[in-house]
Design a protein around this ligand. Structure first.
Ligand SMILES: NC(=O)c1ccc[n+]([C@@H]2O[C@H](COP(=O)([O-])OP(=O)(O)OC[C@H]3O[C@@H](n4cnc5c(N)ncnc54)[C@H](OP(=O)(O)O)[C@@H]3O)[C@@H](O)[C@H]2O)c1
Length: 281
C-alpha cells in the first residue's frame, strides 16, 4: 500500500515508519518537504502521490510554549489537519490523524475515564488547537481516523528517558501524584494504527493509549524499579508543580470502543518493560 506520512521526523512517526515499512511503500515527508500549513502544497503533493492512506504525525507539541505561540500552534494543529482533510477528500483517501487527552478539561472524577463521544472542553492553547484540528477533519472529510492518545514516549527525548537520567544523578526526586492517565509506548500506538488499517475498522474517533491507568508518581517508581535505580520518589501535588499550561488531573481515556473492534493493546507496564530493555542496552 502507498502511504503518505507527514511530520516524519517526530517521535510517533519514527515508530509508525518502523512498523509499516516492510509491507508498504512509504512516502515520508518532514516539515521542509511538506509543510502541512501550506494548503496549496498539501493539495499538490497529495494529488501527485495519490496515496491509499495519509498518516498525519505532524503537530505542534510544545504544550507550555503553545501558551505564548498561539498562532503557530493553531496553524499546525488546526489549519494543517484541515488542509490534509480537504486533500484526502479530493483523492478519496482515508486520513489518519493523532489527537490528545488535552481536548478534555481533565476535571472528571478520577475513578472514571473519558469516552469518545463526550463533549470536548480544552483549557490550554495546545488542547484548543488540537480540538479545532479534530473538528476541521470531521467537517472536511468523511474517511478519517482520529486516534487520541496520551503520555506518549518512544524514540528521542521523553519522560522515561528524562527520569532514567535524573534517577542516576539524584538521590531523590519529586513527582506529581494527583494526575492520572496511561503512559503510551509509541511502538504500541503504531501497532494499533497498523491493526486499524489491516482490519479496516469503521472510521471515527478512537481512544488509543496503552491499557491500564497510573499516576506520574507510580509511573516513575515503576521506571526506577525496572531499571534498578535506587533514587527515592516523593509524591507531590499539581499545586506544588505549577506549569504555564495546566495539566489535566484526569487523562484516563476509555479503550472500550477500539477493543470492541478486536484491536489488541498491551498494558502500560508491559510496554514500559520492553522500552526500558531497549533504552538501557
Ligand atoms: N508526545 C505526547 O506526549 C503526546 C500525547 C498525546 C498526543 N500526542 C500527539 O501525537 C502526535 C505525535 O506526537 P509526537 O510526540 O510524535 O510529536 P513530535 O515528536 O513533536 O513530532 C512532531 C513532528 O511534526 C513536525 N511538524 C511541526 N510543524 C510541522 C508542519 N507545519 N508541517 C509538517 N510537519 C511539522 C515536526 O517537525 P519540525 O521539528 O521540523 O517542526 C516534528 O517532526 C501529535 O499529533 C501529538 O499532538 C502526543
Amino acid at each position: 500500500m502507498k502511504i503518505l506520512i507527514t511530520g516524519a521526523l517526530g517521535m510517533l512517526a519514527h515508530a509508525v515508519i518502523d512498523e509499516l515499512k516492510d509491507e508498504n511503500e512509504l512516502i515520508c515527508t518532514d516539515s521542509k518537504e511538506l509543510d502541512i500549513t501550506n494548503e496549496e502544497k498539501v493539495l499538490e503533493k497529495v494529488s501527485n502521490i495519490n496515496p491509499e492512506y495519509i498518516i498525519n504525525c505532524a503537530a505542534y507539541t510544545a504544550v507550555d510554549k503553545a501558551e505564548e505561540e498561539k498562532e503557530l500552534a493553531e496553524k499546525v494543529n488546526s489549519i494543517g489537519p484541515k488542509n490534509l482533510a480537504k486533500a484526502s477528500k479530493k483523492i478519496d483517501c482515508p486520513l489518519i490523524h493523532i489527537s490528545t487527552d488535552y481536548v478534555f478539561n481533565g476535571e472528571k472524577n478520577v475513578n472514571e475515564s473519558y469516552k469518545e463521544e463526550e463533549a470536548v472542553a480544552p483549557v490550554t492553547i495546545y488542547g484548543k488547537t488540537k480540538a479545532e484540528g479534530e473538528k476541521n477533519i470531521q467537517e472536511n472529510c468523511d474517511k478519517y481516523y482520529i486516534f487520541r492518545t496520551a503520555w506518549l514516549y518512544g524514540e528521542g527525548n521523553n519522560f522515561v528517558r528524562t527520569m532514567l537520567k535524573l534517577g542516576k544523578e539524584k538521590e531523590e526526586i519529586n513527582v506529581v501524584a494527583d494526575q492520572h492517565g496511561s503512559p503510551t509506548y509509541a511502538v504500541d500506538l503504531a501497532r494499533i494504527i497498523k491493526q486499524a488499517i489491516n482490519k479496516k475498522i469503521p472510521y471515527g474517533i478512537y481512544h488509543t493509549t496503552n491499557q491500564g491507568f497510573t499516576t506520574w508518581y507510580d509511573f516513575t517508581k515503576k521506571i526506577f524499579e525496572l531499571a534498578n535505580i535506587s533514587c527515592k520518589v516523593n509524591p507531590v501535588t499539581s499545586e506544588q508543580f505549577i506549569r504555564p499550561a495546566k495539566r489535566p488531573q484526569n487523562s484516563k481515556l476509555s479503550k472500550e470502543k477500539i477493543l470492541n473492534q478486536g484491536i489488541e493493546i498491551p498494558d502500560w507496564e508491559d510496554a514500559l518493560k520492553r522500552y526500558i530493555v531497549k533504552e538501557i542496552k
